[in-house]
Design a protein around this ligand. Structure first.
Ligand SMILES: NC(=O)c1ccc[n+]([C@@H]2O[C@H](COP(=O)([O-])OP(=O)(O)OC[C@H]3O[C@@H](n4cnc5c(N)ncnc54)[C@H](OP(=O)(O)O)[C@@H]3O)[C@@H](O)[C@H]2O)c1
Ligand SMILES: *[C@@H]1O[C@H](CO)[C@@H](O)[C@H](O)[C@H]1NC(C)=O
Ligand SMILES: *[C@@H]1O[C@H](CO)[C@@H](O)[C@H](O)[C@H]1NC(C)=O
Ligand SMILES: *[C@@H]1O[C@H](CO)[C@@H](O)[C@H](O)[C@H]1NC(C)=O
Length: 294
């Protein structure tokens, strides 16, 4: 109890104060003007809305997904909206060679990279299904929703280090909490948290100035989500346009996490100060100096 009073409570207080009240810089659309941004899974849904917002803000965009026809339309609408430039590269994120070469191509098209927005998910399964013995589905979810994100980030890192850029990872409440009928999807989203949150700490202590923003979304009104959950899951869905804007804002402000859900309780309940305190305290046990370059 003495220990609690002496150390734990003050630390907790400082943490909470820092987390909730740290002076937040205000977002301005001009922050994206001229920035070079990749958006994956941008042929429809939230990804397409992000591309349109970025275009209105005057960014350079390269979009990708599998459907070439849809991407063509997204690119031409981006140009109408005022994008500094807009291109697409079509392909599947099941193919890690494509993922790697895609980043190189996008970098060439824009002359570098400031923000990598990772948003695609496999659409091979209806998300609301039970598939504990369907290893193919689990593997596909892990490869497309997780492994390709790692490949894309790895390929983009040299450019992002050069620009002090940002990685934005789109996840879900199912990547923070347990829910029925989404086991494989949920596993892939939890994996993103484990991987990218670990990398974020690593970068912080080794002075790599590339921000990582993990976005925790509730139900969003996209066609995929609405048809996938119809008759099975009833919750209020939030608009995809606003969702897309909140993701871009969080990335531009270099926030660690973005919460976007119809319920304000979500941020409050998932803020998880316990995890933050443990992560902070565990750093003392590492000899990270040996990894600091220059
Ligand atoms: N909507 C929600 O309720 C909700 C909730 C929480 C989190 N999220 C997250 O938000 C993100 C976007 O969701 P959304 O609802 O906007 O999805 P969506 O409308 O289904 O869009 C998914 C995108 O991924 C692309 N894609 C699918 N398979 C692919 C593959 N094998 N390789 C490359 N691209 C592929 C699709 O295009 P092609 O088919 O042309 O390839 C499409 O552009 C996802 O990360 C999702 O987990 C959504
Ligand atoms: C994977 O992508 C690469 C690069 O786009 C391509 O050359 C290769 O043929 C693809 N592999 C498969 C199996 O489609
Ligand atoms: C990146 O940030 C460093 C400081 O961390 C600064 O010296 C450098 O000029 C910045 N580079 C760019 C391209 O903004
Ligand atoms: C990291 O880069 C951002 C964006 O260029 C810049 O605003 C910030 O000051 C940099 N941080 C450090 C610690 O250099």
């Amino acid at each position: 109890m003495a220990f609690m009073k002496k150390y734990l409570l003050p630390i907790l207080g400082i943490f909470l104060a820092y987390y909730y009240y740290s002076a937040k810089e205000e977002f301005r659309p001009e922050m994206l003007r001229g920035k070079r941004v990749i958006v994956t899974g941008a042929s429809k849904g939230i990804g397409r809305e992000m591309a349109y917002h970025l275009a209105r803000m005057g960014a350079h965009v390269v979009v990708t997904a599998r459907s070439e026809e849809a991407l063509k339309k997204v690119v031409s609408h981006c140009l109408e909206l005022g994008a500094s430039s807009a291109h697409y590269v079509a392909g599947t994120m099941e193919n890690m060679t494509f993922a790697e070469q895609f980043v190189a191509k996008a970098g060439k098209l824009m002359g570098g990279l400031d923000m990598l927005i990772l948003n695609h998910i496999t659409s091979s399964n209806n998300p609301m299904t039970v598939f504990i013995n369907d290893i193919d589905q689990v593997r596909k979810n892990m490869e497309v929703n997780f492994l390709s994100y790692v490949v894309l980030s790895g390929a983009a890192m040299p450019m992002l280090k050069q620009s002090n850029g940002s990685i934005v990872v789109v996840s879900s409440i199912a990547g923070k909490t347990a829910n029925p009928l989404v086991a494989a999807y949920s596993a892939s989203k939890f994996a993103l948290d484990g991987f990218f949150s670990s990398i974020r700490v690593e970068y912080a202590v080794t002075n790599v100035n590339v921000s990582i923003t993990l976005c925790i979304l509730g139900l969003i009104e996209t066609e995929t989500a609405m048809t996938g959950t119809a008759g099975i899951y009833n919750a209020e869905a939030s608009p995809k346009e606003e969702c897309a804007l909140e993701i871009i804002k969080g990335g531009a402000l270099r926030q660690k996490e973005v919460y976007y859900d119809s319920s304000v309780l979500t941020l409050f309940l998932l803020g998880n100060p316990g995890r933050k305190i443990l992560e902070f305290l565990s750093l003392r046990n590492y000899n990270m100096e040996i990894f600091i370059k220059n």
